[in-house]
Design a protein around this ligand. Sequence first.
Ligand SMILES: Nc1nc2c(ncn2[C@@H]2O[C@H](COP(=O)(O)OP(=O)(O)OP(=O)(O)O)[C@@H](O)[C@H]2O)c(=O)[nH]1
Ligand SMILES: [Mg+2]
Length: 528
Amino acid sequence: MSQNVLASSAGVAAQAGRRRTFAVISHPDAGKSTMTEALALHARVIGQAGAVHGKGDRRGVVSDWMAMEQERGISVTSAALQFSYQDVVINLLDTPGHADFSEDTYRVLTAVDSAVMLLDAAKGLEPQTLKLFEVCRQRSIPVITFINKWDRPGHDALALMDEIEERIGLKPTPLTWPVGIAGHFRGVIDRRTEVFTRMQRSPGGADLAIEEEMSPEAAAELYGADWETANEELQLLAMTGADFDDKEFLAARSTPVLFGAAVANLGVRQLLNVLLELAPPPSARPTVSGTDKPVDSAFSGFVFKIQANMNRTHRDQVAFVRVCSGRFERGMLVTHGDTGRPFTTKYAQQIFGQGRDTIDEAFPGDVIGLVNATALGIGDTLYVSEPVKYPALPSFPPEHFAVVSTSDTAAFKRFRRGIEQLDGEGVVQVLRSDQRGDQSPVLAAVGPMQFEVATHRLEAEFGVKTQLNHLPYEVAARTDEAGREILRTESNVEVMTRVRDGALLALFPHRWRMRSVAGRHPDLRLDD
Ligand SMILES: Nc1nc2c(ncn2[C@@H]2O[C@H](COP(=O)(O)OP(=O)(O)OP(=O)(O)O)[C@@H](O)[C@H]2O)c(=O)[nH]1
Ligand SMILES: [Mg+2]
């Protein structure tokens, strides 16, 4: 299904220069997985969109490989795809839009050099769009905006530009401009070359769009009022100085904008070309010591995701590593920064949704899958020669808590293994309570959908039916042994140990309850 695209020869810097590593982000349902598929189709990796399972069907989306994703038609976990296009190696990360999975999305954003933000033309800016734009701004991640679903009725194009500028404070610099309002998509004018490309959905929509460059006269004749409106809008844009500026884009102060419809492959080629032309290749990466690690120094990388049981024939655990510097060679002995132990990388793979191929080498920007790397945890650094440590990955305070248990005593070993696995992947956090004992671990989540994924996977992958008993807590704060003693005197408060790192967490029903307890015990340590 996939091809090994990691050609050798040229030096590391040159190899890094031909990588584009980006995440596709947005509010749920804006079309990220569809766009992922469309981009891969375009690069001719997949013969036809959806060809993996059934024609043009949403279920065929390669990046939504998990059973639950296919059943529900939503992404619950991020997925990596690698493919080559022209002379460039693309590492694409499709992220889940739902806020409950935003920890995963934010981790992915630490592993990319830019992001493609999708906006649903009919919905404009949605809550998750705003949050994600803000994260990108804080982290100085350049964002390319794609106004999607232009094949359906939606907002006015200029109004969308105003919304981006006013509500996000990011200057939109459209690279293409649509002819025809949302729902009457005729094609786009390239603002830099002024060339109009007429676009039509291929019959059935599962193949590349049919494109045709057309002279202004022919377009005016064919599209009359639509053509005139588009040209008036272009004049307005020119007057407001909404022109692309490389520096502003790379500093995450402006965002190039394109229009299209991923489901019909309209505007996808233009996006791919913009990614090649404008998205930044990997560059020197900040380390905790304060210095930046140059891409052409010795190999280093970090784990940003762990995922097990990706398909029935590979029931193993994969650690996803973003290569930050140097040349990676399969089998090379690297140091696991967090333990100082040597780690052999015999089973290195290129991941393509659920599929995978052995790879022999990789370069900065690439995402590699290390199979059965059970010693590795999320956020761990790997390197050769000079020690290096990359910053810790963002983690969110949990706000939902539930006791998970199984009445199937014969399955208890599998239950334990499953819980450990989900903890390692960060699907949920696992807490241990002295009162409740080992049989009844407590799951902690940022959002309740994480619980659904956890119980679904315990059943599907470990064969254990479980029950959840939700706990009436909404806030967790770090405390210490002395704090545990103090809190024994308080009702409606429980202290539990986070299994992953042994941290003691005090759970409160509300923030005000936490404040009132803290007020009564000035010596109590509580950090949230
Ligand atoms: N009309 C139209 N529908 C689209 C377009 N792109 C995607 N869709 C549809 O929108 C729905 C959601 O698409 P997805 O690709 O799953 O959206 P997503 O952003 O990956 O969703 P999450 O991963 O759950 O956040 C599906 O029914 C798609 O077929 C488009 O350009 N036009
Ligand atoms: Mg998706």
